[in-house]
Design a protein around this ligand. Sequence first.
Ligand code: FE2
Length: 168
Amino acid sequence: MAAAASQGILGDDMKADREQIVEMLVKAYFMELETVMSYITNSVNPDGIRAREIVESLETDIQEELGHAQQFAARIKELYGVVPGSQQFSAEQSFLQPPEDQTDIAHVIRGVIEAESGAIEHYNAVIEFTEGRDPVTQDLVIAILRDEEGHRRLFEGFLREVEGPGGA
Ligand SMILES: [Fe+2]
């Protein structure tokens, strides 16, 4: 049916795929929001000279991650989904909880790397699933993936410096 096919991911014939994509976007949306929460926490709590650069970097990232959440929310709606309410949220970032010692900046850096790695894994899965199905979502997620890869690379550099040669 040419008419249906021409509607792409918004076509009736694509309902099952569309719902699968919405589900993936909901997960991405909550991941971003939890990251915002964790980055606020970790941009305020740390003490010490070595923490300054990390804190400033996280402060900047908060706005970027919030922007990602908003973009995912908008795309969920475009795909006829409903952006979930806060009661559907459940926290997963155990690794970004505040450390015992607020000068333990390596703990924060490792937590950020783990959060970014989780996002990178999920976004690669979305890119794979949307291939040939939903180029608009794919394009959006590729752009966001680039931001997450950039963050992870930056924090890998911070970790090298904090742990010193040979690691800690
Ligand atoms: Fe993000």
